[in-house]
Design a protein around this ligand. Sequence first.
Ligand code: 5AD
Length: 412
Amino acid sequence: MADSQKLALEFQQNGFIVGNKFNEPDVYIINSCTITANADRTARQAANYAKKQWPNSLVVMTGCYAERDPKGLKSLESVDLIVGGKKKNEIVSRIIDRLNNRKISQIEISEFGNDSLLGRTRASVKIQEGCDQVCSYCIVPKVRGREKSIPPIEIINSINNLANRGVKEVVLTGTQLGTYGFEFGNMSLDILIKKILSETEIPRIRVSSIQPHELNQNLLEIWMDDSRLCPHFHIPLQSGSDKILKSMRRKYDLRMFQNAVNEIRTYIPRASITTDIIAGYPGETDDDHEESKNYLKNLLLSDSHVFRYSDRPGTTSMYINEKTPTKIIDFRSFELREIAILNKKNYLESSIGQIRKVLWEENEGRSGLTDNYVRVKLSKNMVFKKKVKKNTIDSVLLLKVIDEEVLAEIIK
Ligand code: 5AD
């Protein structure tokens, strides 16, 4: 997302009109992901859909899939131009070349074919790129390269720019945030966050993802001291079996993960803790899966994103012979999802009666997000509902869970 937002800005600065409601854009860019075979498929579908709808548009594939498999993508008739994610700095000029100097060009940028970039209340700010970890299943190091931190001054400038343009929340993103700043000396994630808090006036800051062994008291104390930092921690678990975590070459075990969760809950009791977990990693037995289920159940997280294991070309786990059959992967992911939903429901129920700050993403309070990542909408009988504008922040009382949302009323 941060990549797409940056691209949008770059095209705007080069005279393009960036939007998502054109009859037929001159250029349609798919900023692809390649984390799983499913992500690849989604990107291909987006290209096919765009070409079918707008045969005369220039359909461009960029991002990680374009980086990983340009040859394979060449055979797709719906893709006119492929620009690997590492060559993003060339994308504007290569598109201008292809457009033969057409003067004003309308451009649509999408991550998966349906995401709107404009009118957002939240913006992503990339603070770090690449990954030096060696997780067995992951294609990211290959397509995004070595870890590299963005200099603090650039980050501060982009946050101030966004704040001036009216953005209310920034999400600090990257692949490996915990090692932020290692190449600068006297810089780290906690120092960066303190700097952002003191040198910007952005109302809300969210940190996208962090590893259990990177969470420490120093970091948590910043959250305790400043309510502009959203009490939401995404800590990818990947498996609830120590045996599998080891094979995945993760740098923590289940005990360390549980400690990290406990520590957050001790310091920031109402924090939302979310995770990613992979079902059907090679060599995962029924017992390992049962262990994973129990572990996930007992963690009581507020949301868990379940991924079906997917062999990625050239990763270490691709060479493990004991592959889990697709049907079993499907069933295991279904079981993990059930647990994720149950825990989410419990978390939402436990939030009832709380007062939280919500950033409205739609007018009339139709949808908004609390600091601790609860999706809320205003109850119908709120008198001043009409006056509730998108991109404003209100204090709300959480009233009632409806599906995966919470009904709320404004506290004046
Ligand atoms: N198969 C399935 N899920 C994967 N992820 C990363 N690589 C794979 C893979 N090969 C998931 C991890 C990660 C998330 C972004 O994608 O859970 O946290």
